[in-house]
Design a protein around this ligand. Structure first.
Ligand SMILES: *Cc1c(COP(=O)(O)O)cnc(C)c1O
Length: 342
């Protein structure tokens, strides 16, 4: 029997999401925080490894609810926000609309679930092409619209009046993916939840130091949460992650100071990059900077040869690389090597 022919057609044409382990000294490719959290063992002491985790993640939700000023009924927890994207598309189906370039999982998961994708290119300055999106809403009636703001990999926030217009016009659900909101200067779309029933805010702890724990969550109207909750696997968030996330959220001071250090480093890094001839960094509201450069493949390899790993985006955004903001030492090292390689 030929397994390939046995697989569903939509899956056959997919390829597995490849995360290559590339050895390097300085890892600036995956938008992770350079600051991890130690001393979480204390929190793990009370975990019963023989028991299933709390399926409702009640304790964790209490802290999220306190931090964001929403009720626990408005929160849904996921094994990273990736899982929640899966759940949203499973629950509501397509067509699924998103701009490009953006976070690749919206498209990949839609395809895996056999749902129609509507990908609309961003404008020149990486803002949403409102006219085309409104037209697609009218003609194709997408059930879900994913907007990552700040957007990965471009780094900018979309103009809030364009997002609002989309929310107002759409008869589907608009998911504002705020994975990078902690690094942005505006308040994001959480305050809009009270005015519109069709918004879902998606957050994650991955970019602020907990990528290894896989904790993401949705905040939305209770009715939406209840529907998505039907497809959630009962024990999707393990006990270790629940307990460790609570411990980190308890100590907001540490979390805040890490974020502050990253945003101030981002400013410095941008300034240094802007001074280098032959590259164009794009302003960022996230914890990474996209930059245009001639011969991106060559520069990417040159950086790696000297131990510095960035993300080669040249297949996605013409002639671009993306660098994650690291510690001051890592960023200085990156700038020094970048100058040498150029
Ligand atoms: C990294 C990223 C995510 C994924 O977050 P996880 O919680 O680690 O699954 C979601 N959205 C965007 C835009 C991202 O860049």
């Amino acid at each position: 029997m030929d397994i390939k022919n046995f697989v569903k057609a939509g899956i056959r044409s997919l390829s597995a999401y490849e995360v290559k382990e590339i050895p390097c000294k300085v890892k600036l490719d995956a938008n992770e925080s350079p600051y991890g959290f130690k001393g979480l063992l204390k929190a793990l002491k009370f975990i019963k490894t023989n028991r299933y985790p709390d399926p409702e993640a009640r304790f964790l939700k209490k802290f999220i609810s306190r931090d964001f000023g929403v009720k626990p009924e408005n929160i849904l927890h996921g094994n990273g926000s990736d899982e929640l994207i899966y759940y949203l598309i499973t629950t509501f189906g397509g067509p699924v609309l998103f701009p490009i370039p953006t976070f690749s999982m919206y498209g990949i998961i839609s395809q895996a679930l056999g749902e129609k994708r509507i990908a609309i290119p961003l404008e020149k300055e990486f803002d949403l092409d409102l006219e085309k999106i409104l037209k697609a809403i009218k003609n194709q009636k997408p059930k879900l619209i994913f907007l990552s703001s700040p957007n990965n990999p471009t780094g900018n926030c979309f103009s809030s009046d364009r997002i609002l217009k989309i929310i107002e016009v759409s008869n589907g659900i608009v998911i504002v993916d705020e994975a990078y909101q902690p690094f942005a200067s505006d308040k994001g779309f959480m305050p809009m939840l009270k005015d519109y029933k069709n918004i879902v805010i998606m957050r994650t702890l991955s970019k602020i130091g907990l990528a290894g724990l896989r904790v993401g969550f949705l905040i939305a109207d209770e009715e939406i949460i209840n529907e998505v909750n039907k497809v959630r696997l009962p024990f999707n968030l393990n006990s270790l992650s629940q307990a460790a996330a609570v411990e980190v959220l308890k100590n907001k001071k540490v979390l805040k100071s890490c974020i502050k250090s990253i945003t101030s480093e981002r400013g410095r890094l941008f300034g240094e990059m802007a001074k280098i001839k032959g590259i164009k960094p794009y302003p960022s509201e996230a914890n990474f900077i996209l930059f245009r450069i001639k011969e991106p493949d060559k520069i990417y390899k040159g950086l790696l040869k000297k131990g510095i790993l960035v993300r080669n985006m040249s297949g996605v955004v013409n002639n671009c690389l993306r660098v994650t903001v690291g510690t001051p030492e890592e960023n200085m090292g990156f700038i020094k090597v970048l100058k040498e390689v150029i």
